[in-house]
Design a protein around this ligand. Structure first.
Ligand code: NAP
Length: 281
């Protein structure tokens, strides 16, 4: 790594942050591109997040990726936001301008579409029926980009029914809310299932669903990447469906983040997945 006094500094903020794979990925890209820069992990308490953003305004830090639990606060603290961040109600990227202004962006949706393209290239969003589990920030971003890609029916299923209803209402006539208890029926004929809940993360209960109710060529996407092969993805594979993992999405959101932070695309010769898997091991 080459870092001078005018080196570009960026990072990722979340709590906890120790298991974030973003520093490994971005620093590998920086090194391969020969850029004078560094990408660091940062953590603050919820009470101090606003103070951190305030302190960084107009300084030399290029920007921050933002992860749980600060994505909604990040959007609220920004002076401007791109349509993806507004649609998600959350930002995963804050860019600090020299004039003191802060711009919020959300690249998670791009990450989701990149993951589908990479691991389930045959999936056609146009006219598809999609089941979306969750109604948090990640689900909102996914819903917006899937509908923009041409999905015909988006079935939003969430543990807290009111949140599913509120989300479906903002999305227009192609989105419908379904009770958590009706999840199995919601799978009928679906071409894509996206898990945007925390269910299935290491230490939490796995999702076990009758995936055979979906189309024979259906795709099952899990945003979780700890563990990489969730119980849901293992079931999808066993049922002969195409699994798409959260690591592909993570790398897919990191690419446009890197370009926005450092002004150059990530070098294609870096195997970002291998870098991330080594960091996970
Ligand atoms: P969030 O805003 O906190 O939303 C969490 C969602 O999980 C809510 O819909 C919540 O339902 C649901 N949930 C939590 N515990 C549950 C349980 N026991 N049973 C059923 N549902 C439960 O989080 P988020 O930011 O949207 O993130 C969601 C997931 O996506 C996380 O696992 C996150 O790590 C992952 N993610 C991955 C990437 C990537 O690049 N791979 C990017 C973004 C997010 P209620 O509304 O009922 O609470």
């Amino acid at each position: 790594m080459r870092l001078s006094g005018v080196g570009m500094v960026a990072g990722v903020v979340g709590r906890p942050i120790a298991r974030s794979l973003s520093p490994a990925i971005h620093n590998a890209w920086l090194a391969a591109a020969g850029l004078d820069g560094v990408y660091a992990p940062l953590s603050v308490t919820a009470e101090r997040f606003e103070g951190l953003v305030g302190a960084l305004r107009g300084g030399s830090l290029r920007g921050l990726n933002v992860t749980a639990p600060f994505k909604e606060s990040a959007l609220a603290l920004a002076d401007e936001a791109d349509p993806a961040a507004r649609a998600a109600g959350a930002a995963n990227l804050l860019l600090f301008g020299a004039d003191g202004r802060v711009e919020a962006r959300n690249t998670d949706g791009l990450g989701l579409m990149a993951a589908l393209g990479e691991q389930a290239g045959a999936f056609q969003p146009v006219g598809a029926t999609v089941v979306l589990l969750g109604a948090g920030g990640a689900a909102k971003g996914a819903a917006a980009i899937l509908l923009a890609a041409g999905v015909d029916q988006l079935r939003v299923v969430n543990r807290t029914a009111e949140r599913a209803e509120a989300l479906a209402e903002t999305l227009g006539p192609k989105a419908t809310a379904h009770d958590w208890g009706a999840l199995e029926q919601a799978l009928d004929g679906a071409a894509l299932l996206v898990n945007a809940t925390t269910l299935g993360r290491s230490g939490e209960s796995p999702l076990s669903l009758p995936l055979e109710r979906m189309r024979g060529d259906a795709v099952v996407m899990d945003m979780i990447y700890h563990p990489l092969r969730t119980a849901l993805l293992a079931r999808a594979e066993a049922a002969g469906l195409a699994p798409v993992d959260g690591l592909a999405m993570l790398i897919g959101q990191a690419r446009p983040s890197f370009e926005a932070l450092f002004g150059a695309p990530p070098p294609a010769r870096v195997d970002a997945r291998r870098v991330a898997l080594e960091a996970m091991a």
